[in-house]
Design a protein around this ligand. Structure first.
Ligand code: ADP
Ligand code: MG
Length: 605
């Protein structure tokens, strides 16, 4: 007697279910993917008891008519592909035609569906894969499907289920993944009757992220966008300040399909380099778009792993995108972080720079020749009537000499943004434009100078150079202000503002920090001091307020022409100043435009 028999359909489906349907979360994944494939823009998900009791998905997609509804439960029945060639140009999430028959074979399924061409819908109930009820019903356009008593007829599988809590956690994680992969769909998630989450369906990833994560997380995200030939990645990563102990919040989507991929993970994490502490992982939401023919989805029944035709290109794409986002980051933690980025145009595969940049050091301004080069104009900084006008260059030259000799900890590494620079010019006497190691950058001259000055003011008097006046200047203030100032005279001295009381409301100013001399009028000094000491309430902040106000008033202004030397000095100083990315008011100082961005702008990559 023959021993080999063809298995009955029901058993075949149960065996297939073992592969596709591992647990409640896998059921949910298949159902929601069907809703997405059906073009829904609203999907409601209802889960009871971790999905072990009930999983329901309601969509407003295309729906199915009477015949399709029954065919859908036949193994390998699918509307998504018809020919072998279709496998290489998949745009749908499903294609195997296995999910519905597999799910139905291990649970009780109730499905209701209606298309826009019919005024009524149809309902089917299947139990263990057997059709037990068929009925015409009234319902909305779309499909709703309820899966109950999962694995009731496969006790072996049931034994492997975690607690309802563990399954709920898996489902919640999956929900995030689904909602993030399709920001154009409004997802609602109910757990044991309670609404847990709702996304807007606005089409913008950041809206979906905001709906699912707390505001603290969102604040630490950096936008990212990068193209290489026909490969493209967009999305968000966390700045190095926000990391986690696991990779749970790393989401990778390839052509809108959520996938797991060690290669992408590796590219992401290694791009952060030394910015990441041991065992800490960044958050990531990466949308990768590549031609469907370059990715094989048909690797695993759950379709969560894919195979890339050009794995190295994907790696290079992610590396470049992440490095660029970190480098551009206005919120980047510090110079160590910038230094950790060893993104060198011309040395990586991703770079567009075919020839090495000429190496310009900040100091070699004598050799710079750019088309924008112009003869040095006269030093153009107005001195006030009271204070001697001293050119910025003279002052800075003295200062730099001083810093070199006196201040050991001032010898910092030059930030990448400001290294190997070539001065290109000044835009409308307001913004300095340079070529740097990675491309180009625009510097707000006022903001940069403010920062330089405030950091100098912060240094101790012992480190300040004071400019003493041959004849002291007299300042008078209102009574209240004068009283307050008297309490703070020694602190003002500490800052290099050498003042003493002279009668009730008058003060003699004998000297000020030399880098302020020629940059600040006596009226401005008076104004600053009276603003800071007007009332007792804000006196606690007098120190910060004074420094901010002094630096703002004495910094070069927007619409002020600078010579090449002055610009180069300013950049040199900035490179040697702590907190050089932001001015004291919190505005950015520098805007870097990497070479890659220029190339992309002109459709060269
Ligand atoms: P696949 O998704 O791989 O095609 P499934 O077993 O998941 O296989 O679904 C079988 C077919 O049922 C699909 O090809 C589709 O035509 C139809 N279908 C399933 N779910 C829905 C839905 N929510 N809305 C409309 N059609 C659906
Ligand atoms: Mg499917």
């Amino acid at each position: 007697m023959a021993k080999i028999k063809v298995l009955p359909n029901k058993l075949i489906n149960q065996i297939a279910a073992g592969e596709v349907i591992e647990r409640p979360a896998s059921v949910l994944k298949e159902l929601v993917e069907n809703s997405i494939d059906a073009g829904a823009n609203r999907v409601d998900i209802l889960i009871d008891n971790g999905g072990l009791t009930r999983i329901e998905v309601i969509d407003n997609g295309s729906g199915m008519d009477k015949d399709d509804l029954e065919t859908a439960f036949i193994r390998h029945a699918t509307s998504k592909i018809t020919r072998e060639e279709d496998l290489s140009s998949l745009t749908s999430l499903g294609f195997r035609g296995e999910a519905l028959p597999s799910i139905a074979s291990v649970s009780r399924v109730t499905i209701k569906s209606r298309t826009k061409n019919h005024s009524e819908g149809h309902l089917l109930v299947l139990e263990g894969g057997e059709l037990i009820k068929r009925q015409v019903v009234g319902c909305k356009i779309g499909t709703s499907i309820t899966v109950e008593n999962l694995f009731y007829n496969t006790p072996a599988r049931l034994k492997f289920m975690g607690s309802a809590r563990a399954e709920t956690q898996r489902i919640s994680a999956l929900f995030k993944q689904l909602a993030l992969s399709h920001p154009n769909i409004s997802f609602r998630y109910f757990r044991d009757g309670k609404e847990i989450a709702l996304t807007s369906g606005s089409g913008r990833l950041i809206n979906a992220i905001t709906a699912l994560f707390d505001s603290k997380t969102v604040k630490h995200l950096l936008a990212l966008e990068h193209c290489r030939n026909d490969y493209r990645v967009t999305g968000f990563i966390s700045d190095p300040e926000l990391t986690q102990y696991n990779r749970r919040n790393q989401f990778f989507f390839v052509n809108n399909r959520a996938i797991q991929d060690a290669n992408i993970r590796h590219a992401l994490e290694s791009a952060y380099g030394r910015m990441l502490a041991h065992r800490s992982y960044p958050l990531a939401f990466l949308n990768i778009t590549i031609p469907p023919a370059d990715v094989d989805v048909n690797v695993h029944p759950t379709k969560s792993e894919v195979r890339f035709a050009r794995k190295r290109d994907v790696h290079a794409l992610i590396t470049a995108a992440v490095q660029q986002a970190l480098a551009n980051s206005a919120r980047l933690v510090g110079d160590e972080a910038a230094a950790a980025l060893d993104y060198l145009p011309g040395t990586t595969e991703t770079s567009g720079l075919k020839e090495p940049v000429r190496q310009y050091q900040v100091f070699n301004h004598g050799t710079v020749d750019s088309p924008l080069d112009r003869p040095s104009s006269a030093v153009n900084i107005a001195g006030s009537a009271e204070f001697p006008a001293v050119s910025y260059v003279q002052k800075l030259a003295a200062d730099i000499e001083y810093n070199r000799s006196a201040s050991v900890d001032y010898a910092r590494e030059i930030p990448l943004e400001l290294s190997q620079i070539m001065l290109l010019g000044q835009v409308h006497s307001s913004f300095i434009v340079i070529q740097n190691k990675r491309g180009m950058a625009v510097i707000d001259q006022h903001a940069a100078h403010e920062r330089i000055i405030i950091e100098r003011l912060r240094r101790k008097t012992s480190e300040q150079h004071i400019q003493f006046f041959a004849v002291p200047l007299t300042l008078s203030f209102a009574r209240l202000t004068s009283d307050l100032i008297k309490d703070y005279l020694s602190e003002l001295n500490e800052l290099g503002i050498i003042m003493e009381a002279f009668g009730t409301n008058n003060f003699l100013v004998r000297g000020i920090p030399d880098f302020l001399a020629g940059r600040l009028s006596i009226d401005e000094l008076k104004e600053t001091i009276s603003e800071v000491f007007t009332n007792e309430n804000n006196v606690s902040k007098w120190h910060d307020n004074l420094l901010i106000s002094l630096s703002c008033k004495s910094a070069v202004k927007i619409h002020q022409t600078l010579t090449r030397e002055e610009m180069l000095m300013l950049i040199t100083d900035l490179a040697n100043t702590p907190n050089w990315r932001f001015c004291p008011h919190g505005r950015p100082i520098i805007w870097e435009i990497p070479f890659n961005d220029l190339e992309r702008k002109f459709n060269r990559v």
